[in-house]
Design a protein around this ligand. Structure first.
Ligand code: UDP
Ligand code: MG
Length: 320
């Protein structure tokens, strides 16, 4: 049984221009987690206000501050925090006090009781404008339809991970919106619990409607990776071979016509036939190149293409 009181929790909070929030948030976390051992890791994403100063002024030995050299965005800020964290559980939340740290003990308990790799919040009564909710609705819908992951609220930042699950996330770009999906594709056991959500009191939201298109791009990329990262050639190669075959058939048909003395010059079909053959060859070559890239991808990162949940020896196999 995990002894929660002596287990180190790492609370990871990316902050970008949240000067009014950090001290208040730290206070909220401290009073919500009086019975726990924790470190709070603020990652300053190159704020232009006094966020850094506000964190330093707290002079709190439980508070760690990572200052990034430029504004990398929420995903990379999270990644920096996760890499640095040394806790057994990694907890992420926003720095704007929209999440409520009093939900953390309940989420932790659930993670332990049900042996979950990730417990993520559903903002039961989300306190954001209607316009902000549209992109998330679209994203959630696509994800539900295309994967077996049934998470109602992908965007809730409040999450409790086991250390391994967080550390193997490999966040980049703007993937923070799809953390649950990424973890799921890595094989994590995930459940959602309703959490509190408050309106933003200080500072402004860093995102607008412009993210809808990004969200769609990101989902397509993730889905491609899920299905074909191991074998990209199967996607490009199959389409390539199909087009090549189709183009070949068309061209042979035209060749027969030509031999029979018909005029084939200027027929749209000729253009189509040639185009298909060329596209087929191109797609196949692209497939081979991406396949090679994929190998470099895994090897440079010293990653294995498979993920292990647990290794046990002898009697420890039965233990939790
Ligand atoms: N954030 C960040 N870097 C950025 C933008 C945002 O670290 O470039 C942080 C921000 O300070 C906040 C969290 O990410 O702690 C979520 O941002 P926000 O509350 O603006 O997003 P929303 O709740 O509006 O979706
Ligand atoms: Mg917010």
């Amino acid at each position: 049984m995990t002894d929660l009181k002596n287990t180190l929790l790492s609370i990871i909070i990316p902050v970008y221009n949240e000067e009014e929030n950090v001290a208040l948030l730290t206070g909220q976390i401290e009073s919500a987690l009086t019975d726990y051992t924790f470190e709070i890791i603020y990652i300053d994403d190159f704020s232009t206000d006094a966020t850094v100063l506000a964190v330093k002024k707290m002079d709190n030995k439980n508070v760690h501050l990572i200052e990034l050299k430029r504004n990398y965005g929420q995903s990379l800020a999270l990644a920096a925090g996760i890499d640095y964290a040394s806790g057994e559980f990694i907890i992420t939340m926003d720095g704007d006090m929209q999440n409520d740290p009093t939900d953390i003990p309940m989420m932790l308990q659930k993670s332990i009781d049900e042996e979950l790799d990730l417990v993520t919040g559903i903002r039961a009564k989300r306190k954001d404008s209607f316009v902000k909710k549209i992109p998330s609705k679209i994203a959630n819908f696509i994800i539900r339809k295309t994967t077996k992951l049934n998470v109602k609220d992908q965007g809730c930042a409040l999450k409790v991970f086991t250390k391994e699950t967080a550390k193997e996330l490999n966040l980049y770009g703007e993937m923070h919106r799809f953390i649950a999906l990424l973890a799921f594709l890595n094989g994590a056991r995930i459940k959602e619990v309703p959490v509190k959500h408050h309106p933003r009191k200080f500072g402004v939201s860093k995102y607008g409607l412009g993210r809808t298109i990004k969200v769609i791009n990101d989902i397509l990329l993730i889905l491609f990776q899920r299905n074909y990262l191991q074998k990209p050639l199967y996607l490009f190669g199959n389409i390539g071979l199909f087009l090549f075959g189709l183009g070949g058939v068309i061209n042979i048909y035209l060749l027969i016509e030509k031999i029979q003395g018909h005029d084939i010059w200027g027929r749209p079909l000729l253009i189509l036939g040639v185009l298909f053959v060329l596209m087929g060859v191109q797609l196949f070559t692209v497939g081979i190149i991406i396949d090679l890239q994929m190998r470099t991808y895994y090897e440079t990162q010293r990653q294995r293409p498979y993920k292990i949940r647990k290794i046990s020896v002898g009697a420890t196999a039965k233990e939790k």
